[in-house]
Write a new protein. Structure first.
Length: 202
């Protein structure tokens, strides 16, 4: 399947490296998009010089040969871009958080169902072996009567990441006047909130 990448910043180039590594089979990145043309050179250095570049994602998703897109833009644009891509007949893999509110998330869900296209938002940590172990521990230990209802979970957060997130928080507050809760430690928080999450392979 041919992929188009929307957003070539820090997270976008991180995902490009995974695609370029050869670990993801049967996919080819044929197009990249960013409103900042200066992002193209670093992205091409990762994925190859022959990739087509766009500054408008709406132009990119007109291509019939692109079957799926990876969205790594600033989070406030996720829902709008995802909905447009699914309306254009593309499967969507989107960075977290899904959107800025529940209404926008439901628009993404509705667009996926109407178009019959797969929508997946980044929840990668739930597929790690330690995450699966934690889920099974909570589920099975409770069944066996080894512990009761989980009332409190304490997790740690590396100080390096904490400092980086503080800088991001300041930037988000300055630009948008709000900070998404899900962007802050969502991988830890989703265990706390939904220990019985569905871990089916997609």
């Amino acid at each position: 399947m041919k992929y188009g990448f929307i957003g070539c910043g820090n997270m976008g180039t991180g995902h490009l490296k995974n695609f370029a590594s050869g670990k993801i089979k049967n996919v080819e990145v044929t197009a990249i998009c960013d409103i900042n043309e200066e992002k193209f050179a670093p992205a091409k250095a990762i994925i190859g010089e022959n990739v087509k570049t766009y500054t408008d994602y709406k132009e990119m998703i007109k291509r019939e040969d692109i079957g799926a897109v990876m969205i790594s833009t600033t989070w406030i644009t996720h829902s709008r871009i995802a909905v447009d891509c699914m309306k254009a007949g593309k499967h969507v893999f989107c960075e977290k958080p899904d959107a800025i509110n529940v209404e926008e998330v439901l628009k993404m869900k509705a667009a996926s169902e109407k178009a019959g296209k797969v929508l997946m938002v980044m929840r990668n940590n739930r597929y790690y072996s330690n995450s699966k172990y934690l889920k099974e521990f909570i589920k099975n230990a409770k069944t066996r009567g080894e512990h009761g209802e989980v009332k409190h979970i304490k997790d740690g957060f590396h100080i390096y990441m904490e400092r980086n997130y503080q800088r991001l928080r300041d930037s988000w507050e300055q630009q948008y006047g709000l900070v998404p809760l899900e962007e802050e430690r969502i991988h830890e928080r989703e265990y706390e909130q939904t220990p019985e999450y569905d871990d089916r392979e997609r």
